[in-house]
Design a protein around this ligand. Structure first.
Ligand code: GLC
Length: 643
């Protein structure tokens, strides 16, 4: 029986061949991180149940790891900050929408490389259920790919090609739920007790009704409630998201071992980072919202330590769309500091950038960002402006109140500003999940649609278009300048507009998030990377300007050591309305960024620039000037300054 780290080490060693270098290295890593693994497991499970199987998986998957990947492990152990570097630039795409399939993607690696991308997130690629599958987030088989995209062997070879091109690979790990057609669910339906315990199943409404009292609804429009009756199970099964996505029972240690093996298998195919989808939801507790419970972080620490020991080239990213007070726990707080996720999405920054643009005011942005405590300096934010999901207007009531706003009214304003109904708005978002009681709603739409580029193009208005592009690039400037991995959502490098074709597909029509999942326009993308003809149509002009602006941000960022993620950005608003200052005090150099999120020219005084003085260089334009008289800022102008 394994009762301690010493017993576990002995058992692991007995399964290894210690005359081999790689096996000794594994044991060294166990010595370094074994306690993190075992203590976190012990916080949730009876370790004598979980550990023997976990150590067996570890030894087996270690033997299956290729020599190439072992070499990658060694590099990453020596360079653990690889993902924190300013040269890390992310790109996020659906394989089919980007290049049809993995074979097509292989041919586009050069495009990514040329742009300076070094981190690629391929959206759900594992085999989903047939029909509606929540954009691939209803996985039927974690050991096979969606058939039209390729095979697991092709995944391995794409990963290798990416690695050779200096690009790491991120995939989604959907771990809160599986498709109702997944083998585990099928076995549960067939009456297998072992597999019934992989899910939360209740014979009647008694317990579900008690849980419902404190749960929220993620998709109230098309998937109300958190439980679904299943005839074959003869019970109510927990389904936080859609009725076909069955929540997995993480209180069962066997489930932990199943996922540990899935993680190792993906890592052994060359995956460098796993996006832990909907991680907040994996632990259920009566009387709570069942989101972000302490066990979520213990389980993530155990997973993280497991990977650190077995496949140290792998990192994990928390997809926890939560506020400042909750998000730090996903990086680890207290005794878990730096032991949980390596990356987490900066949802607050994303929401606040858009909110400041709508209000032409940075007061709330400053207030919300002042809520963040320091992150472990081994971690990084995943910073983004748009993704494949909707934007929930996560304006905290207290923050709003403290700057003289009403939270509910401000959320209503933002939803109406971004769907274009607010007077004077040029945003072209689409509503998502309207709450019938409060009237509050979320917003879908591409960055270009939300920033006004789409409206300006429809109106064929060149002056308006230039303003909208400035706004777009200013917002992306904040993403590239904040520190952490900037994530460019596919097509945003040329400002793709909303795609309305989803409305014709019954499996997608109710879900407006498809508006912001357009297919790549390759002719436009290739054209935008070359020189612009003088008589080019407006749309081509827009694509070109956006591509050049994004390219500039990438290049400038790579050359600024002060953008290393180990140092946090301090955010303050300037005296003039709509202007925000990002201060990055890094030993490698002090970088001050200024953004004018208003449509008026502004001025910022020399005394507002965090102590920079005298001659400064603006890295975005490459111009140098004397700061003594302050600096003028054009509408939506961004400047990155150093002495
Ligand atoms: C995450 C995904 C979202 C999906 C949900 C359920 O939030 O980003 O697209 O619907 O998880 O898997």
């Amino acid at each position: 029986m394994i009762q301690s780290t010493v017993d576990a080490r002995r058992q692991l060693a007995s399964q290894l061949d210690l005359s081999r270098r790689a096996d000794l290295e594994l044991l060294d890593r166990f010595d370094r991180w074994g306690t993190d693994l075992i203590s976190a497991l012990a916080d949730v499970y009876d370790i004598s149940e979980a550990l023997p199987e976990l150590l067996r998986i570890m030894a087996a998957q270690h033997n299956a790891r290729s020599e190439d990947l072992r070499q990658r492990d060694r590099q990453r152990v020596l360079e653990p900050d690889w993902f924190q570097k300013p040269s890390t630039v992310g790109y996020v795409c659906y394989t089919d929408l980007f290049a049809k399939n993995l074979k097509g993607l292989n041919k586009r690696i050069g495009y990514l490389q040329e742009m300076g991308v070094s981190y690629l997130h391929l959206m759900p690629i594992l085999k989903p259920r047939p029909g509606a599958n929540d954009g691939g987030y209803a996985v039927m088989d974690y050991r096979a790919l969606r058939e039209d995209l390729g095979t697991m062997d092709e995944l391995r070879s794409t990963a290798k090609k990416l690695h050779e091109s200096g690009i790491s690979l991120t995939l989604d790990l959907v771990l809160n739920h599986v498709a109702q057609e997944h083998e585990w669910a099928e076995k549960a339906k067939a009456g297998d007790k072992k597999y019934r315990d992989y899910f939360y199943v209740y014979p009647d409404r008694e317990i579900p009704d008690q849980f419902e009292k404190s749960l929220t609804e993620v998709f109230p429009d098309f998937a109300p409630g958190n439980f679904t009756w299943d005839d074959q199970l003869n019970g109510w099964v927990w389904t936080t998201f859609n009725s076909y996505q069955w929540d997995v029972n993480w209180s069962n240690p066997v489930v932990f071992c199943e996922f540990a093996d899935i993680i190792a298998n993906l890592a052994n195919h060359g995956v460098d980072c796993l996006r832990l989808d909907a991680i907040a939801f994996i632990w259920k507790r009566m009387g709570t919202q069942s989101q972000g419970e302490p066990e979520v972080h213990a389980i993530t620490q155990a997973m993280r330590a497991f990977a650190r020991i077995l496949t140290p080239a792998l990192i994990v990213k928390a997809e926890a769309i939560v506020g400042p007070a909750q998000v730090s726990a996903y990086f680890g707080e207290g005794e878990r500091a730096g032991k949980v996720s390596d990356l987490a999405y900066h949802n607050t920054l994303m929401v606040q950038i858009w909110a400041a643009i709508a209000a032409k005011d940075t007061t709330l942005l400053e207030r919300s960002l002042s809520r963040f405590t320091a992150l472990p300096n081994t971690t990084a934010w995943a910073v983004y402006l748009r993704c494949h999901d909707d934007i929930g207007w996560a304006i905290d009531d207290t923050d709003a109140h403290s700057v003289g706003l009403n939270g509910h009214m401000h959320r209503m304003f933002l939803a109406e500003f971004f769907n274009g109904t607010f007077a004077g708005s040029d945003a072209r978002g689409v509503d998502f999940q309207v709450d019938p009681v409060s009237g509050e709603k979320r917003t879908s739409g591409t960055a270009a649609a939300l920033a006004g580029v789409q409206a300006a193009l429809t109106a064929k208005d060149r002056v308006h278009l230039d303003i909208a592009i400035d706004r777009y690039l200013c917002a992306y400037g904040m993403v590239f300048g904040f520190g952490g991995i900037p994530l460019l959502y596919m097509g945003d490098e040329i400002g793709l507009l909303n795609d309305e074709t989803y409305l014709k597909d019954p499996a997608k029509a109710a879900d407006s998030r498809w508006a912001n999942r357009p297919a790549m326009k390759w002719a436009a993308a290739e054209r935008a990377a070359t020189s612009l003809a003088a008589d080019a149509p407006l749309a081509v002009y827009a694509e070109h300007r956006i591509r050049a602006g994004i390219q500039r941000l990438i290049e400038v960022r790579r050359a600024l050591p002060s953008l290393h993620a180990s140092v946090a950005t301090q955010v303050s608003k300037a005296k003039q309305k709509g202007v925000v200052v990002f201060n990055r005090r890094h030993p490698a150099g002090h970088l001050v960024q200024v953004y004018n999120l208003s449509d008026q020219g502004r001025w910022i005084g020399g005394d507002e620039l965090g102590g920079l003085h005298g001659l400064v260089t603006d890295h975005i334009t490459g111009h140098s000037f004397d700061l003594s008289g302050g600096i003028p800022l054009a509408p939506y102008e961004a400047r990155w300054l150093t002495n």
